[in-house]
Design a protein around this ligand. Sequence first.
Ligand code: SF4
Length: 316
Amino acid sequence: MKHPYYTMNQLMHEHYGKKIRKICIDGGFTCPNRDGTCGTGGCTFCGARGAGEQLDPTKTIREQAEAVLKNAPADSAWIVYFQNFTNTYAAPEILRERYDAALFDERVKVLDIGTRPDCITEEIADLLAKYAEKYEVWTELGLQTASDKTAKAINRGYDLNCFERAVQMLKTRGLPVIVHIIIGLPDETPDDLRHTVSVLNRCHIDGIKIHSLFIMKDTKLAEQYEAGAFTPISMQTYIDRTIDVLTHISPDTVIHRVTGNCLREQLLAPDWIPQRDLIITTIDRKMAANGWYQGCFYQPEMFPVEQGISTKGAET
Ligand code: SF4
């Protein structure tokens, strides 16, 4: 069954005529929201490995890429994804050294960098633009929500204006921006989620990764959950809210994923998180049954300007 939304596979077929796969890399970075530069303890949902639990930090960057590429077909194409922690959190010369370490094979077509908006500067955007002369360069920003209130509650450590500035720096250089959001954050309402989608539409982001909130052991969120401070949403609510995002996001935005995942041994709750295939299939079936498709309720001016993206504080 064809997904009723614009998938990354579809995009890659348009660009390369084939499926393109991903090599996830631990680039050896840390995060300013953990080392005290902007905060300590990190975002409340973030595990000790900063979303890269499955990666092996004892291997060099080249070894990690080689481990995958050595058995890959000669005509295959790859994305190298610097995944965990903040992969622009270093001086440009260090970034160059680490990115170059993963870009030794002609089969690699896309350099994909996961980072925080407060770690995008003009200098770093220039560096990424330089790589874009040879590769597709994607920057993935972990926004999670456009609500500054929720951002404070999850200890994200930057505000919406910071996000807007980073998007502007990247987009003015023609660099695609992929944004991560989380559905089911404590106290987030359906209206908050609509507001997030509205901001992303106004920012003309290129791609979105939609994650379910999962509570990993040994996190601040786990403490709050175990203290009874909040109840995770049900799988059905997750599916309905994801469909709400898909039907309101711009039809041009590439949907990189519609659910999240983590290692089972580290998952505390909710217990439906590993049922990824069921979630994806149910989303597809429900959208098809109702005649819904990506962007079918898209309205560029869904919210008043003052609630959406502003240019306040943006660098010119
Ligand atoms: S910005 Fe990313 S790596 Fe840093 S604490 Fe938050 S989720 Fe973890």
